[in-house]
Structures are given as C-alpha cells and as structure tokens.
Design a protein around this ligand. Structure first.
Ligand code: ATP
Ligand code: MG
Length: 193
C-alpha cells in the first residue's frame, strides 16, 4: 500500500486489514512516498516523520510492515520503479497486490508506464458502501487489463490526511481518527501547525 501517509490514519489501517483478509495476503507493506522535489505544490512532511508515524501505527500488527524503499530515495519515486526494485530483491518470488482507494484508480492509469505497472502487480481498490464503479473507470482500466483490478468494500471511513492536517492546524479534535501514538508524535514534533 503506497501513499503519502501524511499522516497515516484509521482509513488506511482498516483498508489494509480488510485487504489482508479478503485476498489472503502474507503481509501488507506500507510504502510512504519519497520527498517531493522542493517547491512542489504543498509542503509534504519529511519522509522520516511519515515513516516513523507509519511504524508507530502498525507496530501492534504482526502482518503489517513499513518499507523505507521510497523515503530513502532523493526526489520523486514512481510506483513502477519501486515495484521493479522490490521484484529484483527481497520480493523476487512474491505476487504483488497494490492496495489503493478506488478514487485513486483513474489517477493510476496516468502514472508512469501503466502497462508495465499492471503487469507487475494486481490492484485491489477499496470502495465505500454504496460506491458505484463508473463506466469511465472501467474503460480506462480495460486498456491495461481489467482482470488485474479487483474492488473490495471497506466500511465508510470519511477520514483523510488533508482533514487531519487542517484539524491540527486549527486545534480541532483528531482523537479516534488516527492512533494515539501518532497524535502524540505530531504534537511533539510540531507537525501541521
Ligand atoms: P491526502 O488527504 O493528503 O491526500 P489521504 O488520506 O488521501 O491523504 P494518502 O496517503 O493520499 O491518504 O492515501 C494513501 C492510499 O490510501 C490511497 O490509495 C488512498 O486512496 C487510500 N485512502 C486514503 N484515505 C482512505 C480512507 N479513508 N479509506 C480508504 N482508503 C483510503
Ligand atoms: Mg490522497
């Protein structure tokens, strides 16, 4: 499961756990993205912060891991390159499933080398109850292999990192949206103020 994870929250964790069971996975690896180049639109927290928060949030789950593969890179990283590196190394024999939110699938079709990407991994896209898969989405994905994409439902969790960052900034409550340890880490390091 790739993402910015700025910060990681219960939407991510519930989705990962559901995918773990639904697809009979051996483990879920959270891969926080690398640091965007300077002057990128929004200032994303340093990769070391995002990595530590992901570790804190997953530490009690024996089948959750966090990878440094992207945060240790300078500049932007592309999922296709990350997956190729994983496949060349420790995950040589693994069957890879990329877990994502269904809303991100259209975006993925515009990522670097989508054809190669869909060959490297299958996609598991989380939908909320009542979510209707649009014809536009099916059409976009079918160019790369619709059989490489599967939807799965997670309980409605209208949690986003954007909302959490705004709440921290405005001193509104964030408790129960993300793990307590992550909240303490955010306060201690003065993130999102
Ligand atoms: P931001 O608001 O900064 O975009 P985010 O909450 O969307 O953050 P990301 O790090 O962008 O979090 O998301 C990583 C992955 O998790 C993406 O595939 C995204 O679609 C998925 N995701 C994010 N929030 C949820 C949620 N509440 N339920 C299910 N999946 C989610
Ligand atoms: Mg997002």
């Amino acid at each position: 499961m790739g993402g910015t994870f700025d910060p990681i929250h219960y939407g991510h964790l519930v989705t990962a756990e559901e995918a773990f069971v639904r697809f009979g996975l051996d483990k879920v690896v959270f891969i926080p993205s690398g640091n965007p180049p300077h002057k990128a639109n929004r200032s994303v927290s340093d990769g070391s912060h995002r990595f530590i928060m992901a570790q804190m949030a997953t530490i009690t789950n024996p089948h959750f891991d966090v990878s440094r593969i992207e945060v240790d890179e300078d500049g932007p990283t592309y999922t296709v390159d990350t997956l190729k590196r994983l496949k060349a190394g420790e995950m040589r024999d693994a069957e890879l499933i990329f877990i994502t939110g269904a809303d991100a699938i259209l975006e993925i079709c515009s990522w670097k080398s989508p054809r190669e990407l869909f060959a490297l991994c299958r996609f598991a896209a989380a939908t909320r109850p009542g979510y209707v898969v649009s014809d536009e989405l099916i059409k976009s994905v079918s160019a790369f292999g619709a059989d490489r994409l599967e939807f799965f439902e997670v309980p409605a969790l209208a949690i986003s990192s954007t909302d959490i960052r705004l709440r921290v900034k405005e001193a509104r409550p964030v408790r129960y949206l993300l793990p307590d340890g992550v909240i303490s880490y955010i306060i201690k390091n003065g993130l999102y103020r």
